[in-house]
Design a protein around this ligand. Structure first.
Ligand code: AMP
Length: 378
């Protein structure tokens, strides 16, 4: 089923082709026609499934004829749990709006960055992508009104609720008009999500994308037995021998992340860190550089393990194991996205061996192990 049979306009189909999407992903096949019909949708799908375009495209089409709004009103509100996701989703709206015959303005707002520029930018915005706390700050400063919203999207609803945004969500829902379209996307259908789903959605179209379609199938995995002291040399060796131009490295603490970056830089390898102690501006800039392939190595904590989409990321390295197998799957899920093969490399110290076996068992996938002692790391 090609994109042009889903009911999208010729302009949008052209933009899709420009981006190189050939066929709609399963979630897009199911969600686009329903959203175009103004139905509520519950999408159980993870990042990597193509869920963003599955709502961005029909929302943009439905905006036709409605984009001329008063200064502080918005048409569409997309709530997301993190700043990074806000930036990423807004970018998809921006890209697909470029060639539309009607102007659609989208904006991302999030905490951890100064509110003033965001207040100034809040002028005739059609699509606002926001984290809940910052959205309420803006409403309370009279920078925007929610009474004209026709479509609400909750993206990564499970994460929104897990991060404790329930109170903010309830406040926001009270400010929205009762009659509106609701789209809810979540990686899992947890009891918390079911709770919100039952109050939010009206006879929704339920779309569940099975795990298999997006799990670890496209990822080549390899593990290295290595001692703690040899991890630095092993990482440098792998970067060089595999000619890695874009690699995401995960470590467990801010201290360790900084340490890895320092060592790589001392050895002439271009590297930067993203973690919770970096300012929002720096985090956004660094991620943009990395996505644009202007930065070779990005080292991070599990902050980036979920939700962030980097197109064609070829390599992920687990410098240290995460505690939970779920986090492991999220981490390595940063590579092997869509139709592209990726490689996930995991460092396993003698102390990690038991834990790594537990992770593999949970993943139902056994990883080929290489003994780094046998490599010439110099
Ligand atoms: P998402 O799950 O929305 O984060 O999307 C995951 C990745 O898949 C993004 O890099 C999209 O650009 C890409 N993508 C989405 N839909 C398609 C498609 N139909 N064909 C190829 N790539 C796609």
């Amino acid at each position: 089923m090609p994109f042009n049979s889903l009911g999208l306009s010729a302009t949008l189909v052209q933009s899709i082709q420009k981006l190189g999407y050939k066929q709609p992903y399963p979630i897009q096949k199911k969600a686009i026609p329903s959203i175009l019909k103004k139905k509520d949708v519950l999408g159980i799908a993870k990042t990597g499934s193509g869920k963003t375009a599955s709502y961005v495209l029909p929302i943009l089409q439905n905006l036709k004829g409605q984009t001329d709004i008063k200064d502080r009103n918005i048409n569409v509100l997309v709530l997301v749990p993190t700043r990074e996701l806000a930036v990423q989703v807004q970018e998809v709206f921006r890209q697909f709006s470029l060639d539309l015959p009607y102007p659609v303005r989208s904006l991302a707002v999030f905490g951890g960055a100064s509110i003033n520029p965001q207040m100034k930018a809040m002028y005739k915005v059609n699509v606002l992508v926001a984290t809940p706390g910052r959205l309420l700050d803006l409403v309370n400063s009279n920078a925007l009104q929610l009474s004209k919203v026709t479509t609400l999207v909750l993206d990564e609803a499970d994460k929104l609720l897990n991060l404790g945004f329930k109170k903010e969500l309830d406040e926001i829902l009270d400010l929205l008009p009762k009659k509106r379209q609701n789209l809810l996307f979540s990686a899992t259908l947890s009891p918390k999500v079911q709770n919100i789903e039952s109050v939010l959605l009206n006879k929704p179209e339920i779309i569940k994308i099975e795990e298999k379609e997006e799990e670890t199938g496209l990822i080549n995995q390899v593990g290295y037995f290595v001692s703690d002291e040899k991890k630095g040399p092993l990482l440098r060796y792998l970067i060089k021998t595999n000619n890695m131009q874009q690699v995401l490295v995960f470590a467990s603490s801010v201290y360790k992340v900084n340490n890895i970056v320092d060592k790589l830089k001392k050895n002439g390898i271009q590297a930067k860190a993203i973690h919770g102690k970096k300012s929002q501006g720096t985090r956004t800039d660094t991620l943009e550089q990395f996505k644009a392939k202007h930065l070779q190595v990005l080292v991070t904590t599990d902050l980036l393990a979920r939700g962030i989409d980097i197109e064609f990321l070829p390599f992920v390295v687990n410098y240290e194991l995460p505690r939970s197998p779920k986090d492991f799957v999220h981490r390595i899920g940063r590579t092997g996205r869509a139709e592209n093969q990726g490689e996930a490399i995991t460092f396993v110290t003698p102390e990690d061996q038991h834990h790594f076996r537990v992770i593999q068992k949970k993943m139902k996938q056994w990883v080929t192990m290489i003994d780094s002692e046998k490599l010439n790391l110099q």
